[in-house]
Design a protein around this ligand. Sequence first.
Ligand SMILES: CC(C)(COP(=O)(O)OP(=O)(O)OC[C@H]1O[C@@H](n2cnc3c(N)ncnc32)[C@H](O)[C@@H]1OP(=O)(O)O)[C@@H](O)C(=O)NCCC(=O)NCCS
Length: 185
Amino acid sequence: MRLETERLVLRSWESRDHAPLAAVLGDPEVRRFYPTIATPGQARAQLEFSIEKQAAVGFHFGAAELRSTGQFVGLVGIGYIPDETRAAIRGQPAVEIGWQFDKAFWGQGFAPEGARAWLDYGFTTLKLPEIVAFTFTGNVPSQRVMAKIGMVRDADADFEHPKLAPGHPLRAHVVYRISNPALGA
Ligand SMILES: CC(C)(COP(=O)(O)OP(=O)(O)OC[C@H]1O[C@@H](n2cnc3c(N)ncnc32)[C@H](O)[C@@H]1OP(=O)(O)O)[C@@H](O)C(=O)NCCC(=O)NCCS
């Protein structure tokens, strides 16, 4: 699995990604819209889960690195939505797109650049009918990325994240959607 954009290489996970991935997932600022930071062990488990999922179904997020230097800059990609979450979203969409980038690289358009390549892969190669994204209502930067890559908010699909307890301050989520342009509206 390898995609290239103007500035990024998007590729499958390798064990060398563990340290930089753990640094991103363990950063309280990166994770300010998540219920917790991830420990290094949880980052390892997430990396291994992604590798297994990719082997099983063909894709599951991936690493992003700079083409110019090979430096790890973050995580971006598409993956099947876990059943419990999927059931909470209007229309029960199958595949989501998501991203988490090292804050040293924020504000340079890397997330939309990587996400656009993943959307293209999902629509052109995998021929998926639709890709959605969802996030905490207050996560404006992530919603900016969704809008920049052509996704549109479906306000009727707002939902309370089922993996967070009722009353949790991060429970309210918004949904953005985009349909495969090659398959018509
Ligand atoms: C969301 C995120 C991936 C954006 O990546 P990016 O490569 O910086 O994307 P962009 O450069 O296009 O910036 C997108 C928005 O981020 C915000 N932003 C940019 N630089 C920022 C900074 N230094 N600090 C805080 N927010 C910033 C702005 O709202 C920007 O929108 P704008 O371009 O209209 O001003 C990144 O902020 C991130 O990793 N956040 C933490 C993880 C997360 O919330 N992931 C999504 C979970 S659903």
